[in-house]
Write a protein that binds this ligand. Structure first.
Ligand SMILES: C[C@@](CO)(OP(=O)(O)O)[C@H](O)COP(=O)(O)OP(=O)(O)OC[C@H]1O[C@@H](n2ccc(N)nc2=O)[C@H](O)[C@@H]1O
Ligand SMILES: Nc1ncnc2c1ncn2[C@@H]1O[C@H](COP(=O)(O)OP(=O)(O)O)[C@@H](O)[C@H]1O
Length: 306
């Protein structure tokens, strides 16, 4: 059973006040893009996790656990528990999504494992677990996991796990600049809180950008480029000042939108056409500001059996 699962970029990441449980209330507009991890699940004597970089990808897999800490392993255990079976499965993960890169690669693998294990263990004719059930189980694994099951473009509220699909038209063309070394998501949220406290600014209550929703619904790439926003960007730049050069380089080379993807350090650039994206990727690669330059388009479906 092999499942293909996409990376995400956040088109809007509005970070509200910190809650009693330590999470922040968000308006999180997720957009799934055509950069995929593959997860294969096959029967085995016990739960095993194997991780490798996808062919032709230069993802550094050093930081990815191969034990029970791997989010895909946690996902397999939760599905087994719900179906009342033993988690006897070997999970083979081929990663193309950068690790700790702000593109939700770990969440993607968890989503893929949920879908793959449910297919492996659930009743084919009368499945116990629906896609909604898998999204609900996913929310216990991480705020971004339900979206990796769903895919497309969607607005997430709460900690990002409560999703409503967004209306979109056409395809958007992206270029991603990866960085050497990741950024820790809790550290970036912590830095966001610290910067707000230092500036004496109360956390605003975020709301969905109408400009963004209109651009998505009409397939207006320029409008989308103008409406992109990420409240975690100042924190990511504070922790990794070199990213400023990457963002500026993309803009100088003609990107119609540029921002840090989620908690970073990957930077995302929007182009008007596929051809513009190819030109931008080639030019950006030549500047040396990125570890790797990757092209992708969106929206694409969530975790899908192939
Ligand atoms: C920032 C975002 C944007 O989509 O993703 P990345 O860019 O890291 O992929 C997400 O909010 C990350 O989601 P995810 O990576 O699933 O986070 P979780 O495992 O749920 O939480 C990890 C930690 O992030 C912080 N966190 C996460 C979500 C949220 N709404 N508020 C938070 O403060 C908390 O410190 C939490 O302990
Ligand atoms: N399957 C997995 N792939 C990547 N990282 C994983 C996985 N399972 C657990 N992790 C841990 O989660 C951390 C964050 O991973 P990732 O989801 O790639 O980043 P981000 O939250 O920035 O999108 C990694 O540094 C790693 O320790």
């Amino acid at each position: 059973m092999t499942v293909r699962v996409p990376a995400k970029v956040n088109l809007q990441l509005g970070v509200g006040p910190i809650r009693d449980d330590g999470y922040h209330d968000l308006v999180n507009v997720f957009h799934a893009v055509s950069l995929f991890d593959m997860v294969t699940a096959e029967p085995a004597r016990e739960l095993e996790v194997h991780v490798q970089a996808a062919p032709y990808s230069r993802v550094a897999i050093g930081g990815v656990p191969t034990d029970d800490d791997n989010l895909a392993a946690k996902a397999a255990r939760l599905v087994a528990e719900r179906l009342g079976v033993e988690p006897r499965v070997a999970l083979r993960i081929r990663k193309a999504i950068p690790v700790a890169g702000g593109m939700a690669g770990g969440s993607a693998d968890a989503a893929a494992a949920l879908v793959a294990c449910a297919r492996l263990w659930d009743d084919r004719d009368r499945p116990v677990l629906s896609r909604d059930d898998l999204m609900e189980i996913g929310a216990d694994l991480g705020s971004d996991v339900p979206f990796a099951v769903l895919g497309g473009t969607a607005v997430g509220v709460g900690r990002g796990e409560r999703l409503t699909p967004a209306l979109t038209r056409g395809t958007f063309h992206w270029v991603f600049a990866t960085a050497d070394g990741g950024l820790s998501t809790p550290a970036v949220y912590g830095e966001c809180d610290r910067l707000r406290l230092e500036a004496g600014r109360a956390a605003p209550w975020p709301s969905v950008s109408e400009q963004l929703m209109t651009a998505l619904a009409t397939g207006d790439a320029k409008g989308l480029g103008d409406a992109l926003s990420n409240d975690l960007q100042p924190a990511a730049l504070s922790l990794r000042p070199a990213l400023r050069r990457t963002i500026d380089a993309g803009r100088d080379l003609g990107a119609i939108g540029a921002l840090v993807s989620g908690s970073g350090p990957t930077c995302a650039f929007l182009a008007e056409t596929a051809e513009d994206a190819a030109d931008l990727a080639a030019a950006l690669d030549g500047t040396g500001v990125a570890e790797q330059v990757v092209r992708a388009s969106g929206p694409v479906p969530g975790a899908t059996v192939v």
